[in-house]
Design a protein around this ligand. Structure first.
Ligand code: SF4
Ligand code: SF4
Length: 425
């Protein structure tokens, strides 16, 4: 199949775009470049030109599509309701097909995708980053001024090497007496290995609030990494596995604490033909899938009462804001905590440049977007920046490291955990 044939599947969405440009100022890559071809409208124009055989998309075209962070901020900004997420995924499926003609690309792509969706990934990334942190390699590179002479892409990647918090979260049942009902908590691939302590805090918080929790051993990657990179085949395989697993009546809800995974799972139905068996099943799974903050906001019947005297802000995850529309819940939960002074981050609706694997695949563009975000950090005085997604956590932590700022990064669930369970921190 050609790129054109993939875009043809979503051509109605392409022709919905009336080129009004209302989406431009919501697009982080347009904001940092001012270039039309780095905007949603420009990227859609390239798709239209492909459809109408005005261009044969080449490496340059692919570059513009690849530079899209897939933050989907252009969707809520669009008066015509263009489903941009579907467009860019289709274009990338086509790109992958073309690039797969090269043996080396196919080999490297399959290696990376298969590694990142494998069961070993959680322990592997946790171990690699733990060793890196423990040996203080970053500080040594900085002291010896080696970081200054590294190529900019490499030095940017080095800054983004995350800190590891605790051992990886293992699967298992976390049961309590007199539970209200049982929840499946989705582990995902990044959080359990790198932010194991946070996930344990989330489990304890859910138990404390009266819910049984299970982290299911046989869950697989949600499929975001594959679908963002145009690998439809693996995405469907992973989706079918998770759909069958989590539709089990034992779980009243499937809770997600990583926004990207939540959007992928809630949109599994995009992968299947309407009214087919798995389309129906994925719709049922969507109905029982909630982001952790949606769930907490709807289900807590006691407010946190321990005081945290800190000035706190919040950077929303794009996939909570733009696709799941979980907008106010995390902020309302933060404001429930006594002692907290909440300060809004200017342009908090603009992506921080994390975007799944974007900071690895597009380190230069990711840094441009991050730099803009960090300038805004400097304009507010806060003790803690809260986030709702591991990608944002790692990205902002890297930004703080670059600026040598000492603002703490925390998940909203961590803050709630400290207020409900651990007391004043
Ligand atoms: S998804 Fe984000 S980066 Fe991509 S075109 Fe839309 S706003 Fe721009
Ligand atoms: S706002 Fe919508 S219709 Fe207007 S240019 Fe952007 S995508 Fe096209």
């Amino acid at each position: 199949m050609t790129v054109k044939s993939y875009i043809e599947k979503v051509k109605d969405e392409v022709y919905k775009c009336v080129h009004c440009g209302f989406c431009l100022t919501s697009c982080p890559t347009y904001l940092v470049s001012g270039q039309e071809l780095e905007s949603p409208r420009g990227r859609i124009s390239l798709m239209k030109a492909t459809l109408e055989s005005q261009i044969e998309p080449d490496e340059k075209t692919f570059q513009h599509w690849d530079r899209c962070i897939q933050c989907r901020a252009c969707e809520p900004a669009c008066p015509s309701g263009v489903k941009y997420g579907m467009l860019i995924e289709s274009a990338k499926n086509g790109m992958k097909e073309v690039k797969s003609n090269s043996f080396s690309y196919r080999f490297i792509f399959n290696l990376i995708i298969n590694l990142s969706i494998s069961k070993w990934f959680i322990n592997l990334n946790s171990t690699i980053f733990r060793i890196y942190n423990n040996l203080k390699i970053s500080s040594i590179l900085y002291m010896l001024k080696i970081s200054r002479i590294l190529p900019s892409k490499l030095s940017q990647l080095e800054t983004m090497i995350p800190k590891v918090y605790g051992s990886p979260l293992k699967s298992g049942q976390f049961l309590i007496d007199n539970s209200k009902f049982k929840i499946a908590l989705f582990r995902g691939c990044i959080m359990p290995g790198i932010h194991g302590d946070n996930m344990r805090n989330t489990v304890k918080l859910l138990n404390y609030l009266g819910f049984d929790v299970e982290v299911v051993a046989s869950e697989v990657c949600c499929g975001s990494i594959s679908s963002h990179n145009g690998d439809l085949e693996n995405t469907i395989k992973l989706a079918k596995h998770n759909i069958d697993l989590f539709l089990d009546d034992e779980f009243k809800y499937l809770l997600i604490s990583s926004a990207g995974c939540g959007t992928r799972i809630k949109e599994y139905y995009h992968l299947f033909d309407e009214n087919s068996e798995y389309w129906m099943k994925s719709k049922s799974l969507k109905d029982k899938t909630l982001d952790i903050y949606e769930f907490l906001y709807q289900n807590i019947d006691q407010k946190p009462n321990r005081v945290i005297n800190k000035t706190v802000s919040y950077q929303p995850a794009c996939h909570l804001l733009n696709t799941q529309k979980v907008i106010d819940e995390p902020i309302e939960l933060i404001k429930m905590i006594p002692g907290i002074k909440f300060v809004e981050l200017p342009s908090s609706n603009i992506c921080c440049g994390a975007g799944g694997a974007y900071s690895i695949t597009q380190p230069i563009w990711s840094k441009k977007v991050l730099d803009k975000k960090m300038n805004e950090f400097n304009s507010i005085k806060i003790d803690v920046m809260t986030v709702s997604n591991p990608g944002c956590f790692i990205q902002l932590q890297g930004g703080l490291k670059m600026l040598e700022l000492h603002t703490e990064i925390m998940y909203v669930t961590d803050l709630l955990y400290y207020s409900y369970i651990e007391g004043e921190n």
